[in-house]
Design a binder for this molecule. Structure first.
Ligand code: ADQ
Length: 532
């Protein structure tokens, strides 16, 4: 029976130290951990190798051994990297070169030969750690853009091993990819695998186009098999990743998620009419009671005189709206996620459709990431500023259009946010798949909830019943958002049922098995060819 060795940049669990000096592990959230984690857990002979995320210089040898043991107990093998290695391999080449380039942000990409050299060395280090662990017949599955040289390094050590590689982010067009000074080495590195996987057929086509252009000595046959001059061949195909649908549907019904949903709905004034009006009254009463110097102002003005209230109320009644609405989005703060464009579209909607004033609240969860990188700090300031501008311009006395949260939340409150959203606004400028769109639909299992989805992510190929938009087109997003808020519950449920039916079948676990089954088939047929 062949074992599976998963290799990724980060392990699926992070270290937590207890006061008594022992170490335990906490499951990481994120696409990769949730997609492959259950397979790893369920198969006792499956190992996971990756960077531990800790600086070994901060620990004694004895402590490092305890840490290794804590990981071994979970069938994980930690790799320890120094600060210098992390700077060059992870922050440098992975995040400052490959990430922007692969997401069509070439202007953000830095081409630093020292970072490339460290990336190469760290990929080699992974190969060295894996080497003593591999047994004949093992399958090795390498993940993502951090480890693009590893398949070839492993192939050189194990010519007969079964090796897969999967890219979780987009593969760019050949025109963009060839601007990378080390593009050939990267392609050759990946092609050491027997099976190369992407989320969509578009990414497969871009990858094959780069091979035609940059490695003309290779041939690609009708079945998408790439033939190397040394006789090795690699299959290339699309495997759109799914989610654990039942986990999200179930978690959305948990008591914590339900409480979170109720809290959001209440604060957005849902099912309670125009809540801001009673808050304004309460605010005035409280000021009067406290002998506030503004109390006279309050007593002299009838609430009906407030122009903003009149505007909101008359506009709302003119279209007969009874219910307030909630828009949600959940992101890591990254320039690929299109947050400034999305905020501008929301601001445009409040301007163009003033009847929404006081009646729609946007819950924006955007957790900062990579804060040591200048472009990410700039983005954070830009988002802060836009949120401030929109809230400053449109807020009423007791209603803010945007509820902005920058904390990191765990799965239950996130499911509560998803479940509270009448509309989810998911508009990345570029994304390999985008799991948030799928998680939102699972949290609306069997009920209404409209999805506004960017056509620049892999998920748009599958979720065709969503309101599909070009995320750069502010007017288009504004109109789609308005339409999504206005959709009838029946139509929304009907659209969702079609998308949910697909998501229930194409789960994370099915993605995992389908990749591994094809890898097995490719390797088996390759071996029989070699025997011939
Ligand atoms: P990511 O870039 O991590 O994944 P995505 O697919 O959206 O992007 O997954 C994000 C995950 O993190 C989701 O499970 C979501 O619930 C969670 N998350 C997002 N924001 C969060 C926040 N603020 N706090 C807590 N959790 C948050 C990469 C690629 C994607 C691809 C996945 C899987 O970039 O395109 O879909 O891998 O292949």
């Amino acid at each position: 029976m062949s074992r599976l060795i998963i290799v990724s940049n980060r392990l699926p669990a992070s270290l937590e130290a207890s006061a008594d000096g022992s170490y335990s592990l906490r499951q990481n959230v994120g696409g990769l951990a949730t997609a492959i984690g259950p397979y790893h857990k369920a198969h006792r002979d499956c190992l996971w190798i990756g960077w531990s995320g800790i600086d070994p210089d901060q620990y004694t040898d004895e402590e490092l051994e305890k840490i290794r043991q804590a990981y071994r107990d979970r069938r994980c093998i930690p790799i320890f990297l120094s600060d210098e290695e992390i700077n060059g391999y992870y922050a440098g080449f992975s995040n400052n070169t490959l990430w922007p380039l692969f997401h069509d942000f070439s202007h953000e990409a830095q081409f630093n030969p020292d970072d490339w050299e460290t990336y190469r060395k760290v990929n080699m280090r992974f190969a060295q750690v894996i080497e003593p662990l591999v047994l004949p017949g093992d399958t090795i599955w390498v993940q993502d853009y951090h480890l693009m040289l590893l398949p070839k390094m492993l192939r050189e050590r194990y010519p007969k091993a079964s090796i897969g590689w999967f890219l979780h982010v987009p593969f760019p067009s050949a025109e963009i990819f060839r601007s990378l000074p080390w593009c050939r080495e990267i392609l050759e590195g990946v092609l050491g695998a027997d099976l190369v996987g992407f989320h969509t057929t578009d990414f497969v086509m871009s990858f094959l186009a780069s091979i035609y252009r940059l490695l003309p000595e290779l041939t690609v046959d009708q079945d998408g098999l790439v033939h190397m001059p040394d006789g090795h061949r690699a299959a290339v195909d699309a495997f759109p990743i799914g989610i654990d649908y039942n986990l999200y549907a179930r978690t959305a019904r948990s008591s914590l998620a339900r409480a979170m949903r109720r809290g959001i709905e209440e604060s957005a004034g849902k099912n309670t009419g125009h809540r801001y009006r009673s808050s304004v009254t309460a605010e005035g009463d409280a000021a009067a009671e406290a002998g506030d110097r503004d109390a006279t102002w309050w007593s002299q003005h009838k609430l009906e005189d407030l122009p903003e209230l009149t505007l909101a109320r008359s506009a709302a009644s003119s279209i007969g709206r009874k219910e307030n609405k909630v828009i949600v989005s959940v992101d890591r703060l990254d320039y690929t996620k299109g947050l400034p464009e999305r905020l501008k579209a929301f601001g445009r909607m409040l301007e163009k459709y003033p009847e929404w004033t006081g009646h729609v609240t946007y819950y924006l969860l955007a957790t900062p990431s990579r804060e040591d990188v200048e472009s990410y700090r700039r983005l954070k300031s830009q988002v802060d500023e836009l949120v401030g501008q929109i809230n400053g311009r449109y807020s009423l006395l007791a209603w803010n259009p945007i509820h902005y949260i920058t904390r990191s939340l765990s799965i239950k409150p996130i499911c509560g946010i998803y479940a509270a959203g009448d509309v989810a606004l998911v508009t990345p400028l570029r994304d390999g798949m985008n799991l948030v769109a799928k998680e939102y639909l699972a949290c609306h299992d069997g009920r209404e909830g409209a999805l506004v989805l960017s056509d620049m992510c892999g998920a748009a190929d599958e979720l065709t019943d969503a309101f599909i938009v070009n995320p750069y087109d502010i007017d288009m997003v504004c109109e789609a958002l308005h339409d999504a808020l206005e959709i009838s519950p029946d139509e929304s449920r009907a659209r969702n049922m079609r998308m949910q039916a697909r998501l229930k079948v194409r789960t994370a676990s099915n993605w995992c098995t389908s990749f591994l089954n094809i890898l097995r088939q490719v390797t088996t047929s390759g071996m029989s060819d070699k025997r011939l």
